[in-house]
Design a binder for this molecule. Sequence first.
Ligand code: PEP
Ligand code: MG
Length: 429
Amino acid sequence: MKIINLNAIQILDSRANPTLQVDVILEDGSKGSFQVPSGASTGIHEAHELRDENMNFYHGKSVMRAVENVLNLREKLLNQDFTQESLDSFLIATDGSQNKEILGANAILGISVAFAKACAMHFSLPIYEYLRRVAFKINMENKKVRNLEDIHLFANIINGGLHSGNKLNIQEFMIVPTNGSPIEKIRAISEIYHELKSIIEEKYGKNDTAVGDEGGFAPSISKAEEALNLIVEAVKKANYEGLVTIALDSAASDFYDADLKLYEVEPGLKLDYKKLSAYYSDLVAKYPIVSIEDPFAEDDFEGFAYFMNNLPTTIVQNPFNKDSKIIVVGDDLLVTNPSRISMAMEKNLCSSLLLKINQIGTLSESLKAFSMANGAGWHTIVSHRSGETSDDFISDLAVGLSSSIKIGAPARGERVAKYNKLLNIYSKK
Ligand code: PEP
Ligand code: MG
């Protein structure tokens, strides 16, 4: 496939920070465009997001160097024949650094995904169908194809941590409907979300129903159990009891004191990894929690390994694990990086991959990460970032891979775009 036009501009993300949009046009006129997302609770091992660091522009966050880097690649990319794999390999080699700090992972990912979208158009395929074919071409060893309807949605309906102004240190309290088609699951999420709003309003007043970065409510509470009680009540009120499980994302790197080796999981409550494991086990014994993401800091391998050897049993059937132990999801731990995934598999640190394409910086490496996790029988969850745009590519990616997806709450346009893309894919037209 030959690219005949490549463009990049600076746009804004959902936190009013600059990011990139990259546009690609192929020889036959097929077009692809991608708007790159950006995290807040960013893992230290993620590929490098290039920002200008000039405090006179957007508080140092402008991305004009990344834009320039894309434009400067025109000379090398235009009118050359590429496949997804050869394009991504070329970009990685041209950058030449370990973490894509020269061109910027944001610049590289923009080109990689815009090209994939243009190729889907070239083949007149829906993006998810094109991605399915690319994924299985690149990773022929990966034969474990899941059912298209198996997709689970992780909906973050109470926000804490770096995504809100409240005192909840655990970052995400998610609901995961277990029954029905994706369309029915989205209906459940929406109905529970509305019940939650009215419960928060009743308990804490109208002022406390403002939302955090991912569209979930951010009431002024500080204890995990307060958040979990609100969710359990909302699920009951919406008549979904027994049909919805709960998932947490601790994002524990953000409340870890590496010098003292202590986690401040709630204000004033500082625990070592063994006590934090017991804290999680207590929650799992009381609430229908089936999954915990980043329960420990990204390099606390001792904590992850200890927890994996002492996993609590869920009080409900776990849709992701037949033996009813919770699943442990690696986000900052794995950073969608095949070498971190190998290491985590060797050391038995987790049992599920959170897949964020901008953590690694190319589509091919993301598909490799998926293939490794899926091949090892891990659960996989394609994920948004807390800083998003209205780009809905990750919904296609999740459907193409028959993977679960984490896209926040069904509120705020940049989150709703992903829900609506799923509704478009699954609704019979
Ligand atoms: C997460 O931690 O899973 C997340 C989506 O947040 P961020 O994008 O801030 O890393
Ligand atoms: Mg996370």
